[in-house]
Design a binder for this molecule. Structure first.
Ligand code: FO1
Length: 318
């Protein structure tokens, strides 16, 4: 069985632990297509938060409390940069994490595409799934905001970390997405997949930027594999993170049905066939989708693996 997963950072990483557990039982092959919209260049370093969250988590090196960055991290470089007043001071780079960004930046500057750089970094971490960036091209999520009476576009990281998603926001823009190509291997993986899973990641700033790459969306929407998605909302609150703030910007109800409707049914121009919602949301309906209510709290790897098996059974590939 070949499984393709569309995923963002921390939630996507935890979800992939469950997918990998199922793959180990069944001998399935897993390709994770990861969001690059959060990627940013700061202090001259190319930082790919979602790729790194997945790589560190699956490689056993992530900080379990923060969810991002390395366990046992130290912050000497951050403190030294702050002592120089080097902006931005709102973004924290750990010493161990910086080594990843140094290797990545050097390889990108030498001309390697991000997919090849990611493969090289994964040589060390051995995540147990194939990790592909959604695109090797620049696809960057910006928020159009009002600051001090002026409208301007700021990088998603600034919106998220500096402003804690708490400023008037008109919309999100995926800069570069329209002309971006899928990274090497993405279209082949989707075409060969027996099932595509959409992780319970932020639908607006993790899943949408992946699907904003036109050929990726087309491949998922019209490909041969059934597509099952997992609601990142339980009741009326995100399992983690600020999906509620992002959905508010989009004018989409923060509910399993709201997010299911945003992703939409493949039969109606969307990307899903099935939508898994938490058991407490039983009764939720989305036009055109098979909705199944199962426990969706990713409390540990075993619980997450059960969610994955439920999805495979729902679309008939178990
Ligand atoms: N999140 C924060 O809340 N504060 C930070 O200073 C911060 C730094 C950071 C550095 C590297 C990295 O890979 C991730 C980092 N994150 C930080 C997390 C990140 O901003 C977001 O959680 C993701 O982009 C959302 O998936």
């Amino acid at each position: 069985m070949r499984i393709v997963v569309l995923a963002g950072g921390i939630g996507g990483a935890r979800f992939l632990l469950g997918v990998r557990a199922v793959a180990r039982e069944t001998g399935a092959d897993v390709t994770a297509v990861i969001n690059v919209g959060d990627d940013v260049t700061l202090h001259g370093l190319r930082i790919c938060p979602d790729l790194d969250s997945v790589m560190y988590t699956l490689g056993g090196g992530a900080d379990p409390e923060r969810g991002w960055g390395r366990v046992g991290e130290t912050w000497t470089v951050k403190d030294e940069l702050a002592a120089y007043g080097a902006e931005p001071t709102w973004f924290g780079l750990g010493d161990k994490d910086i080594a990843t960004h140094l290797v990545r930046t050097r390889m990108l500057e030498a001309g390697y595409p991000l997919s090849a750089v990611t493969e090289a970094l994964c040589d060390r971490w051995q995540p147990g799934v194939r990790m592909l960036p959604a695109s090797d091209d620049r696809v960057e999520t910006h928020a159009v905001v009002e600051v001090d009476g002026a409208t301007r576009a700021i990088h998603f990281q600034e919106w998220w970390i500096r402003y804690r998603a708490g400023i008037p926001t008109q919309r999100f823009v995926f800069v570069g997405a329209e002309t971006a190509k899928p990274a090497a291997g993405v279209l082949d993986a989707i075409a060969a997949a027996d099932v595509v899973l959409v992780a319970p990641s932020n639908p607006v700033v993790s899943i949408a930027p992946i699907l904003a790459v036109p050929a990726v969306r087309e491949a998922v929407a019209t490909g041969p594999a059934p597509v099952a998605g997992f609601s990142p909302i339980i009741g009326s609150a995100p399992v983690r993170g600020m999906a509620d703030k992002c959905l508010e910007v989009m004018g989409v109800e923060c509910s399993p049905a709201g997010v299911g409707g945003l992703l939409g049914a493949r039969s109606a121009g969307g990307v899903l066939d099935a939508w898994l919602v938490d058991e407490s949301d039983a009764g939720a309906q989305v036009p055109g989708l098979t909705v199944r209510a199962v426990p969706l709290w990713m409390t540990d790897e075993a619980a997450t693996a059960t969610m994955v098996r439920d999805a495979l059974a729902t679309v008939g590939v178990a």
